[in-house]
Design a protein around this ligand. Structure first.
Ligand code: ADP
Ligand code: 5GP
Length: 185
């Protein structure tokens, strides 16, 4: 079976992080890439585990060294996927990138066999509730994230798979089935 790059995208609050973490917990040979970001850590987030939290100067220096597989700026912050780590890990495991749609489409340009999976909410109302329930952003930040929903969803036809995250277990199982199917192709 070949090792593959799986991109998981979708609007903020849809459950991408929750699904990706469960998949790597439950599937041994699957690695979740840790991105660099210039945003501040949320309560409970750990540097090097959830993200590498860096300042803008450090981020720009990695850009200059061509150290990102892709990077993108959104919600007023920069986010990037470390190239070397991902390519090294692909040598012995599947790699999941939990990144935005711009990042996903940019990865696909250079890695044609990357599999793009978009997580969709059962409804916009549910998405709003999840974002509020997570309680990790200010009202202002939540508004910015909600204003980007349409943009993220507008790219869904360019994704290989769409998975609705209504019941969490069903969504995780659906993504696992996609991974297995693609690996066995
Ligand atoms: P994202 O990474 O897409 O921004 P998160 O994984 O942080 O989203 O999920 C946002 C919130 O929704 C979290 O509080 C999470 O526990 C919750 N959540 C995720 N999936 C479900 C689900 N299927 N049903 C109910 N709540 C969910
Ligand atoms: P958050 O601030 O909620 O952790 O993430 C905000 C958005 O940035 C999410 O859509 C997430 O998928 C995306 N993101 C996280 N890491 C990266 C990355 O390395 N590259 C890109 N392009 N997007 C990322």
């Amino acid at each position: 079976m070949r090792n593959l790059l799986f991109v998981i995208s979708g609007p903020s609050g849809v459950g991408k992080g929750t699904i990706s973490k469960l998949i790597v917990e439950r599937n041994e040979n699957t690695f979740l890439s840790v991105s660099y970001t210039t945003r501040l850590p949320r309560k409970g987030e750990i540097d090097g585990k959830d993200y590498f939290f860096v300042n803008r100067e450090k981020f720009d220096s990695v850009v200059k060294e061509n150290g990102f597989l892709e990077y993108s700026e959104h919600f007023g912050n920069c986010y990037g996927t470390p190239k070397k780590e991902v390519l090294d890990k692909l040598g012995n495991s599947d790699v999941i990138l939990e990144i935005d749609v711009n990042g996903g489409l940019s990865v696909k340009k250079n890695h044609k066999d990357a599999v793009l999976i978009m997580i969709l909410p059962p409804s916009i109302e549910v998405l709003r509730q999840r974002l509020e329930g997570r309680n990790s952003e200010t009202e202002e930040q939540r508004k910015t994230r909600l204003s980007r929903i349409d943009y993220e969803l507008s790219k869904k036809d360019e994704y290989d798979y769409l998975v609705v995250n209504d019941d969490l277990e069903t969504a995780v199982k659906t993504v696992e089935d996609i991974i297995n199917k693609e690996k066995n192709k």
